[in-house]
Design a protein around this ligand. Structure first.
Ligand SMILES: [Zn+2]
Length: 217
């Protein structure tokens, strides 16, 4: 079983005795650091520690395991506990779920809290979580997100063209979009933001177009 070691990745191996020079740590394999010149193990990144006498680099888990004669499993758990962290097994399925959209993507697509408005055949509407929608029917999920991306891209384009043009029939959309922060100086900024959101929508559309092909095979 693997454990999430992220929290301790760059911490010093303070479970080891300090070497005589008090700038490095004593090697639990060969004892380097206790000798007359007192130089022990050093590290560039805190993750791996090199013993200049053994000539080897060790991870902190390995050092802790050797120091305390433990199995790997007990070394992982013991090391985390040493740093005051509750050991949490790293789940094998901790990969990104296929539904995963970043906060930026959610924002560009106009999804709030990962939910989408669904219109049922009888005309009623309901909010449905994207994750549930995906697990019910991936094809529907992909096509709904793609439809939304297209809709938002059109909206962004309309606002983009109306931006800075007070006589445009769509000028109202610009005001709605900008809200209270509206002022003439923000047009350029808004246009950049619209372009950014449009490219995000486009990226999601392309990605989902591939995925939907993948499942229809
Ligand atoms: Zn050594």
């Amino acid at each position: 079983m693997k454990y999430d070691m992220t929290a301790i990745k760059y911490l010093e191996p303070s479970f080891l005795p300090l070497a005589k020079n008090r700038k490095s740590y004593t090697c639990p394999v060969c004892g380097s650091g206790t000798g007359p010149n007192g130089s022990g193990m050093t590290s560039k990144n805190g993750e791996y520690w090199k013993c200049w006498s053994c000539g080897q680099s060790y991870s902190k888990v390995e050092l802790f395991r050797i120091q305390n004669s433990l199995s790997y499993k007990d070394a992982y758990i013991g090391l985390l506990r040493y740093y005051g962290i509750v050991p949490v097994p790293a789940r094998a399925d901790a990969r990104q779920p296929p539904v995963w959209l970043s906060r930026e993507e959610m924002e560009a697509l106009g999804f709030f809290n990962g939910q989408i408005q669904i219109r049922h055949k009888d005309g009623t509407q309901a909010l449905c979580s994207l994750t549930n929608l995906f697990s019910d029917d991936p094809a529907t999920y992909y096509s709904m997100v793609m439809a939304r991306a297209e809709e938002m891209m059109q909206k962004y384009e309309t606002i983009f063209h109306a931006c800075g043009n007070r006589n445009s029939p769509q000028a109202g959309l610009v005001y709605d979009y900008m809200g209270k922060s509206f002022n003439d100086a923000s047009y350029q900024k808004i246009k950049q933001e619209l372009a950014r959101k449009t490219s995000i929508c486009k990226k999601v559309m392309d990605l989902y177009a591939k995925r939907i092909k993948g499942i229809s095979k």
